[in-house]
Design a binder for this molecule. Structure first.
Ligand code: F6P
Length: 342
């Protein structure tokens, strides 16, 4: 078979490990030809194809980013995008595609499955917000980076008696905030799932400072929102998939906490640092398992599926199921985090 591979959406530690695994088993075991498309769906629209070989994809397991490049291009947005995707797949004689991406990239894949394109999806996002899989690779790495940062901010918080506000990515789900908040011993974690009341946040910090430690760590998910009518925030630009650009709520929280409590407050926005660098061992293994499972699914002709982690096993699930709901933080996990709140 001639199999196309692409990585779409935000880059994510572990993408190269998936590509390497697809090629290693695809060419090395099954004798397929593997073709990479550059820059996500843009590379399919514009027919930017490169040959991927076992020898050319060695040494990738630990490398962050994606050797194929990525973009947030949505081919369904332009009048001729969908037709150009079909033209490229025909011209390049592609029998099947492995699409590595999050909700947006896999959403395009799902629409193309409806057109009859043979696709297997691989779930990717540091946000961990895809339903149908217990974890996406990249998430654990992001949590580790955020936790390391919180550990470092803790020492300054203690030394200076400060409130340190840390903003983490995660879009409209609070997975990274909740996990890193628990791991880093945060005193307050604000997540999109529970709109926050700034008065209550300040009361809790004041209560903590009156009854013990004179510093606090507040982790804020970039998608956290104030409860209606409590605080005004500005909205960012919208991308080709209709997603608003997030980031900056940490500044608002820090400014309000400092102004209302009088405590010295600082903010650190971790942003893209959470997506950079080498994947953790866990993410390398998960990405490798996904890559091997994806090429197995293609070889079996099991199209319109996504490989997923479920109760430690890799399974194939209908692609459409994976996209149905945003996977938000399990309330049971929030309960655990709240035991340690100020
Ligand atoms: O989906 C991954 C993610 O890193 C989100 O956490 C974040 O909101 C978004 O991508 C940022 O996107 P960009 O790299 O386009 O600014």
């Amino acid at each position: 078979m001639r199999i196309g591979v692409l990585t779409g959406g935000g880059d994510c530690p572990g993408l190269n490990a998936v590509i390497r695994a697809v090629v290693r088993k695809g060419e090395g075991v099954y004798g397929h030809q593997i073709v990479g498309f550059r820059h996500g769906w843009r590379g399919v629209v514009e027919d930017e194809a490169v040959d991927l070989t076992v020898s050319g994809t060695r040494g990738l397991v630990h490398r962050g980013g994606t050797i194929l490049g990525t973009s947030r291009t949505n081919p369904m947005k332009s009048d001729d995008g969908r037709a150009r995707v079909h033209d490229t797949l025909e011209r390049e004689r592609i029998d099947a595609l492995i699409v590595i991406g999050g909700e947006d990239t896999l959403g395009v894949a799902s629409a193309l499955v409806d057109d009859g394109v043979s696709i297997v999806g691989v779930p990717k996002t540091i946000d961990n917000d895809l339903s149908a899989t217990d974890f996406t690779f990249g998430f654990q790495t992001a949590v580790q980076i955020a936790t390391d940062a919180i550990d470092r901010l803790h020492t300054t918080a203690e030394s200076h008696d400060r409130v340190m506000v840390v903003e983490v990515m995660g879009r409209h789900a609070g997975w990274i905030a909740t996990y890193s908040g628990i791991a880093g011993g945060a005193d307050i974690v604000l997540v999109p799932e529970q709109p926050f009341d700034i008065d209550e946040v300040c009361n809790r910090i004041e209560h903590r400072h009156r009854h013990g430690p004179n510093f606090s760590i507040v982790v804020v998910a970039e998608g956290a929102v104030p409860a209606e009518g409590t605080l005004a925030i500005q909205s960012g630009d919208v991308d080709e998939f209709g997603h608003v650009q997030l980031g900056g709520i940490g500044n608002v929280v820090a400014e309000e906490v400092g102004r209302r409590t009088g405590y010295e407050t600082r903010v650190t926005i971790l942003g893209h640092v959470l997506r950079g660098g080498t994947p953790t061992a866990y993410d390398r293994v998960l990405a490798t398992r996904f890559g091997v499972a994806a090429i197995d699914a293609v070889t079996d002709g099991d199209f319109g599926t996504m490989v997923a982690l479920r109760a430690q096993k890799i399974e194939r699930v209908p692609l459409a199921d994976a996209l149905r709901d945003l996977k938000t933080v399990d309330p049971a996990l929030t309960d655990v985090a709240e035991v340690f709140f100020a």
